[in-house]
Design a protein around this ligand. Structure first.
Ligand SMILES: Cc1cc2nc3c(=O)[nH]c(=O)nc-3n(C[C@H](O)[C@H](O)[C@H](O)COP(=O)(O)OP(=O)(O)OC[C@H]3O[C@@H](n4cnc5c(N)ncnc54)[C@H](O)[C@@H]3O)c2cc1C
Length: 489
């Protein structure tokens, strides 16, 4: 098991300012305290303090890891970026917050040793990681329900099943950061869904239920949605073995995901406008006009669109998006159903890791820390997404795994319903690697695209977002011929 096996040790949670951000959309149950103390070295500006004829060097749309990386790299080359962010916080699908006085991650949480870019960022900013403690009880699907198994048995059986699931991955992805290196083989496999792959393995019902929690969970509900090649590439990037695969989700960032992003943003020396959802991007060949919902228009010599692929369809592009981009945003790359629930539970003294099967209310359920009045647990829930406001329904779902616990409080975020992500982490759909990936990484005119959803390597991870931000910065430098800033410093 991956994240199930390594539970974060209690960290020294940073005290974070409390701000209600329910209006950001999709949050249920509790207002999430914002973790982003807006003490930006990059300047945070109010919406109407720009001369109408200002032409920025570059506008970056979206202040997630992809956008902030691009902004920082461009600033390092002398360009002055304006970042337009829809929400009232930075971070996008990363969001460090607090719940029950513990630092939590509402979105991305884990990183691993096989992710060089984020590890380099941590080193650069002197940020440490927190490792986990293994659970003492492991609960797995059995006979249509759930049963506790000895950890050694889970290790051996789950490891064996994962090896079977990914048999042949090394041939498909001998160079995992160059997924089309064996395009001939990948072309034949890319149309397969994870469901197709499971069916081909002809497993017993119980064995299949041990794998389908993984395949359906990462696909956002149904194994038929995710491409086999997408998960096989993760497996390959992680070293073609279950220990490497588990290690990818073994460490958390001290100070949280938002802490590192803030350090990167501070370095970017960018102007940041929050609450500025972009509605259109018009490239006239000389400069690009970017319109935000309020009607204000900003102009720049180049633009980086660093919003999730699923969101591209909500923005009007002139000229229209190329065909591959249109297909990607129509199909989606971020998984459609993705709920992450933080829960205070009582009646549980051991550290538990439980895995569901496809169709279970949770695909993963993990003890995280002891808190006053019980334990802090996190659960991943997909189809149907649980309503975090309905503590009774959440308790019923948890009791399928742990019949004696009481759920006292819930903090949940439904990333699928969030208008500024319209999905969770990315997992390519069948056929997207061959048909879309290289094309959707290409800029159009003066507009470049950055997103963890279109990474070459770790698609669906913060690592991939950084990779794509680096690429977009290079593309913009090419478009602007590496020119120095037009705006005064
Ligand atoms: C529940 C969950 C768990 C995850 N777990 C992990 C994990 O453990 N480890 C890991 O590495 N990754 C994880 N991920 C994936 C990771 O969060 C993403 O891959 C990564 O954050 C993507 O970064 P990004 O900058 O490409 O996109 P985003 O973080 O989505 O940033 C895009 C930004 O664009 C903004 N935006 C959107 N629309 C507009 C608009 N119209 N105008 C202006 N701004 C706009 C958004 O508000 C956002 O700030 C998880 C994701 C989810 C949802």
């Amino acid at each position: 098991m991956n994240k199930d096996r390594r539970l974060p040790t209690a960290s020294a949670p940073r005290r974070l300012p409390r701000r209600t951000v329910l209006k950001a959309g999709g949050l249920t149950a509790l207002a999430v305290p914002a973790a982003t103390a807006p003490a930006f070295a990059s300047s945070l500006v109010s919406p109407r303090d720009e001369a109408p004829d200002t032409v920025h060097d570059v506008i970056v749309i979206g202040a997630g890891y992809a956008g902030v990386t691009a902004a920082r790299e461009l600033r390092a080359k002398g360009l002055r970026p304006l970042i337009l962010e829809a929400r009232d916080r930075i971070g996008g699908r990363t969001f460090t917050s607090t719940f029950l006085d513990q630092q939590i991650e509402v979105g991305a949480q884990w990183i691993g040793p096989t992710q060089p870019l984020i590890n380099a960022e941590l080193k650069r900013y002197g940020i440490g990681t927190l490792s986990g403690t293994p659970p003492t009880r492991l609960i797995m699907p059995s006979g249509g329900g759930f049963k506790e198994f000895p950890p050694d048995e889970v290790d051996a059986r789950y490891g064996d099943l994962m090896n079977r699931l990914f048999e042949g991955a090394q041939d498909l992805f001998p160079r995992p950061t160059d997924p089309l290196y064996r395009k001939d083989l990948v072309a034949a496999a890319d149309g397969l869904s994870l469901r197709d792959r499971l069916d081909r393995l002809r497993l017993s019902a119980d064995d299949e239920s041990w794998l389908s929690g993984t395949t359906a969970g990462y696909s956002g509900g149904s194994s038929a949605t995710g491409a086999y090649t997408a998960l096989a590439q993760w497996w390959s990037l992680a070293g073609y073995n279950v220990a490497g695969y588990e290690a990818v989700m073994s460490q958390r960032l001290s100070g949280g995901m938002t802490g590192l992003l803030q350090a990167m943003l501070d370095d970017a020396g960018a102007t940041l406008r929050l609450n500025s959802p972009v509605v259109s991007v018009a490239d006239d060949g000389g400069k690009v006009k970017v319109t935000v919902r309020s009607g204000q228009v900003h102009q720049a010599r180049a633009v980086v669109v660093a919003v999730p692929v699923n969101v591209w369809k909500s923005i009007t592009f002139r000229p229209g998006l190329p065909k591959a981009h249109q297909a990607a945003t129509a199909q989606g790359v971020g998984v459609p159903y993705s709920g992450k629930l933080w829960m205070q539970v009582s009646g549980l003294s051991d550290r538990v890791a439980a895995r569901g099967a496809e169709g279970s209310p949770f695909t993963t359920l993990l003890s995280q820390a002891n808190v006053t009045g019980g334990q802090l647990m996190v659960g991943f829930n997909s189809l149907p997404v649980l309503d975090g406001a309905d503590t009774g329904a959440v308790q019923d779902a948890v009791r399928k795994f742990l019949p004696d616990v009481r759920v006292l409080k819930v903090l949940a975020h439904d990333w699928g319903k969030d208008p500024y992500s319209q999905g969770g982490w990315a997992l390519r759909r069948p056929g997207q690697l061959i048909a879309q990936l290289p094309a959707i990484q290409q800029p159009q005119g003066r507009v470049s695209f950055a997103s963890g959803d279109i990474a070459t390597g770790w698609v669906g991870f913060v690592e991939g977002a950084i990779e794509s931000g680096l690429r977009a910065a290079q593309q913009v430098l090419k478009m602007t011929k590496g020119a120095r800033s037009l705006t005064a410093s």
